[in-house]
Structures are given as C-alpha cells and as structure tokens.
Design a protein around this ligand. Structure first.
Ligand code: C5P
Length: 237
C-alpha cells in the first residue's frame, strides 16, 4: 500500500467516475469500487481503471454460503484487483472459502488481499443491541470478529479507525486495518457514525483509509485529496 488513501468511487456510472478523476487531476490514484458502480458497469470498470494504472479495492462485501463465495472470489481474482472483501459475520468457513477461491483464481500468482468487514461504520451501538440483539460493546464485537477473520486466513479487516489499535494488539502488527468513515475537518458526517480524521486514523493504527464524500463532494476535490495526503503524511507512527 504505497499511497494508502483509497478514493471511494461512489458514482453511478463509469462515465461520471472517469470525468471526476480526469477533471480533478486524480489519474492513477488508488480507488475503491463499490456495489453501485460495479453492479452498473461490471468488469469493464475494473479493466478501464487497470488500464489507467489505478490500484483497486473492489468493495463488494460478499456474504453467502462458502461454496458460492469461493467461486465468486475465484472470478474476482481473475479481474486482477488488489483488494477484495467479505463480511466477517459470514463465519470462518466462508472466510476460508473466500481465500481459497482467490488463490485458485489469482493471475500470475498475485493473490488479491482479502479483508473482512467487521461491523459497518454506519452501525451504532443501539442498532447492535436493539436490532441484532448483540449485547457486547461495538469495540469487543469488532475485535472478536477481527480475530475470527485472522484465524480464518484473511489479510486484514475493514474497521473504524476507533478500533484499529485494539485490532493490531489482538491480531498482530501485520494484520491490515483499512478504515472508512473518514472525514476531513469541516466535512459533513452524512450517515457515518464512528468517524475519524486521517490523522486520528493513522495515529490509531490504520494502514490505509477510504475516503468518499469528503473528497467527491468537496468544493475543490483535488484540494481535499491533497489535504488528506498531507494530514496522513505528516503523522509519524
Ligand atoms: O463517503 P464516505 O467517505 O462515507 O464513504 C465511505 C465508503 O466506504 C463507502 O463507499 C462505503 O460503502 C464504504 N464502507 C464503509 N464502512 C465499511 C465498509 C465500507 O463506509 N465498514
């Protein structure tokens, strides 16, 4: 992860994504492609981004029976993306099956990194307790799911910056922590609950961050991206 800031390309079409990248001078930066864009454009969007030298985190958050996830991951690995993910709540068998699928489908033995989503950063403690009937705190639930992912062969987790440090302590320094829910100073929170700045994320053990609306909805996206890079770069771990 050379430049560990992934821009969330949360746009409905490739045309809008590429127009945003080009008009803001963001060619070649690491990007995250999520469901909105992938479900509209399919593998073509990955081919286009690869042609333009973007490192790609394909954020489809798979959660299905192990056999299906295994076969889906084999196909995703063939696309040559750098990072993919599953929900840790799918359990150990599903995470192991995902890893095996990635190994089978890897192009030139380059196996995409497998991350597990612990809890969505949009989820607050009341949802966890009242709707999912999980009476643990968010923090201990997240750390428990991270350990499960680590034991099942995932390379890391997607988590809130608030839990990255605890995950490193429990799972080891090499276990990756990628954190969305990032807001630059003066940005709106939108639907994210456990938000953090790039400085806080890095200080608290994040290896990489994902930023969407703080950049895509900024008045000057390139300035916002540069601010994020500067904030991240200025922190010495
Ligand atoms: O706009 P914002 O910076 O909130 O975008 C965050 C991005 O990270 C979105 O694409 C969202 O799907 C993704 N994400 C998240 N929480 C997770 C995993 C991914 O917000 N736990």
């Amino acid at each position: 992860m050379d430049t560990p800031i992934y821009l969330a390309l949360d746009f409905p079409t490739w045309e809008e994504s590429s127009a945003f990248i080009d008009s803001n001078g963001l060619q070649g930066i690491p990007v995250k492609v999520g469901m909105e864009l992938f479900y509209r454009e399919g593998p073509r969007v990955i081919e286009q981004l690869k042609e333009n030298n973007h490192s790609i985190f394909l954020d489809l958050k798979l959660h299905d029976i192990p056999t299906t996830v295994n076969k889906a991951m084999k196909n995703l690995a063939k696309l040559g993306v750098d990072i993919v993910n599953v929900h840790a709540l799918g359990g150990s068998e599903m995470i192991k099956a995902a890893k095996e699928g990635l190994i089978k489908g890897a192009v030139n033995k380059e196996v995409p990194k497998l991350l597990a989503v612990t809890l969505l950063t949009s989820m607050g403690e009341s949802t966890l307790k009242q709707e999912l009937h999980v009476n643990d705190t968010i923090e201990s639930t997240v750390v428990r799911l991270a350990k499960l992912a680590n034991d099942s062969g995932a390379d890391g987790v997607v988590c809130s910056a608030h839990e990255a440090n605890k995950i490193k302590i429990s799972c080891g320094f090499d276990f990756l922590t990628v954190t969305p829910g990032i807001r630059l100073t003066n940005s709106a929170n939108n639907d994210q609950k456990r938000i953090a700045t790039p400085v806080f994320a890095k200080q608290n053990g994040a290896d990489a961050i994902v930023i969407g609306r703080s950049i895509t909805q900024a008045k000057q996206p390139i300035k916002a991206y540069q601010q994020a890079l500067k904030e991240w770069g200025n922190v010495i771990k």
